[in-house]
Design a protein around this ligand. Structure first.
Ligand code: BTN
Length: 243
């Protein structure tokens, strides 16, 4: 079972693993009640109160070229499967968000630790579990398990279920079985929706066709089809909106 280190307050569980990865082991987990410098993708701040589940998983073994683009999808599938075990239906807004209805409940950020090449990955996961309100800047877009299901959840149990699904899907992945792809394909939030792609200040409208067997997102824009890769650096500047 994964080793779990708990903190009451820490700047960021992901930063902790990045700073200490050398002395820690593959699949070590850090969980915090509160973060003072929690961050999300695209430089966003991750707001929390003690109602959220905030944790990160260190991956040090078998990091290869595909890992950076596939691990975010694997982590999303793990959270989705854990929610299913709790009786909660969710969907994946490719590549990194978990949705309950039309609102975001979970954010995932996978960061590489580089020493000439990537030597470790840190999977950071923030799940809104028992939150009853959000900052006005995100309240229209965010929800929690509690708000959606109208009862509270045990954060420890949610963590246990996510780690157990992650463990299974990650072991399969290391054996070459990408079973997580079929999970995200069948629970894709964006299929058929219009999105805006923000490439270097140029906003483009596109329609999402769907997630491919290799985890890439097939879109159509100006009559042309193209594939987006979740792990490409240029994707940091892609913003997909459901509006
Ligand atoms: C996103 O939605 O852009 C990703 C948010 C990820 C937030 C989690 S909370 C635990 C871990 N520590 C961090 O600093 N970030 C991730």
């Amino acid at each position: 079972m994964y080793r779990i280190k708990e903190f009451a307050s820490i700047p960021s569980t992901s930063d902790y693993l990045k700073d200490n990865y050398k002395s820690l082991e593959d699949t070590d987990v850090v969980v915090a009640k509160h973060q003072t410098k929690g961050h999300g993708r695209l430089g966003r701040v991750w707001q929390d109160d003690s109602s959220s589940l905030l944790f990160s998983i260190l991956l040090k073994n078998d990091i290869h070229a595909d890992s950076a683009s596939l691990i975010p999808l694997l982590a999303g599938a793990a959270v989705l499967s854990a929610f299913q075990e709790l009786g909660v239906s969710s969907s994946i807004k490719w590549p990194n968000d978990l949705m309950l209805g039309d609102k975001k409940c979970t954010g995932i950020i996978v960061e590489g630790v580089s020493e000439e090449k990537i030597v470790a990955l840190v999977v950071g996961i923030g799940v809104n579990v028992n939150n009853v309100s959000f900052d006005s800047s995100i309240q229209e877009k965010a929800t929690s398990l509690r708000l959606y299901e109208k009862h509270t959840f045990d954060k420890k149990e949610v963590l246990r279920l996510i780690i157990s699904s992650f463990d299974k899907l990650y072991k399969d992945y290391l054996k070459g079985d990408n079973s997580f792809i079929s999970i995200i394909k069948t629970h894709s939030y964006l299929d058929g929706k219009e999105v805006y792609l923000d490439y270097y200040d140029e906003k483009k409208r596109a329609t999402v066709i769907g997630i491919q067997d290799d985890g890439r997102l097939l879109i159509e824009s100006d009559g042309k089809k193209s594939l987006l890769n979740a792990g490409e650096v240029s994707l940091q500047s892609v913003y997909a909106s459901s509006h």
